[in-house]
Design a protein around this ligand. Structure first.
Ligand SMILES: Cc1cc2nc3c(=O)[nH]c(=O)nc-3n(C[C@H](O)[C@H](O)[C@H](O)COP(=O)(O)O)c2cc1C
Length: 171
């Protein structure tokens, strides 16, 4: 799909078909995440790939009972790894760059999913400690976003945006 069309057509989708996500498409989504820029190319993040129904449902509970998280056939969990960035960038690396690295990777994955005919929804509302326990994250890993991915079973209207004149300022 043309990139600007993809940007305009993407929606946060929260209802999914029961159809699984093919491993080949999942690999492409992970490849897109892996191509995202990162501070000093350190890639201070990790992605947990969750297909297990039991783990997805536990993630849905951790995401303050957002059940659609468990209903998607795949959930990606993006963790910041501050220690990877702090070695080179100190406090700025651990407090900012690692979060940004994980965030950009998630955005790439989200757009790639849509480009492949799939849908996704960024989920930021969750109890971090519970996500860490459910996925068995390593010490120091901080969950930044959940990304449930699947085939769409709804077609939400486009959401509104601020006007560019409000959003931007020419300097
Ligand atoms: C940081 C962040 C956190 C979000 N958290 C949630 C969430 O917990 N649950 C949810 O249903 N959507 C969540 N969303 C999706 C937004 O609600 C959605 O992107 C916004 O309403 C605009 O709609 P659109 O993505 O369809 O354009 C989140 C999005 C972002 C970027």
């Amino acid at each position: 799909m043309d990139f600007m069309t993809l940007i305009d057509e993407r929606r946060s989708v929260r209802v999914y078909e029961r159809r699984d996500v093919e491993e080949e498409k999942l690999s492409k989504i992970l490849h897109a995440a892996n191509r995202a820029p990162s501070a000093g190319n350190l890639q201070a993040y990790q992605i947990a790939v969750v297909r297990s129904a039991a783990v997805r449902q536990a993630l849905a509970r951790a995401a303050v009972e957002q059940q659609f998280v468990g209903q998607a056939p795949v959930v990606l969990v993006f963790f910041a790894e501050p220690a990877r960035a702090s070695a080179k960038y100190g406090h700025r690396g651990e407090s900012l760059y690692a979060l940004q690295d994980a965030t950009i990777a998630c955005a790439y994955a989200q757009l790639a999913a849509h480009d492949l005919g799939l849908v996704a929804c960024w989920v930021g509302a969750f109890r971090s400690k519970e996500v860490v326990e459910v996925v068995g994250a390593a010490p120091g890993q901080t969950p930044v976003a959940l990304l449930p991915i699947g085939y769409s079973a709804e077609r939400p209207e486009a959401t509104s945006r601020r006007s560019l004149s409000d959003l931007t300022r020419r300097v």
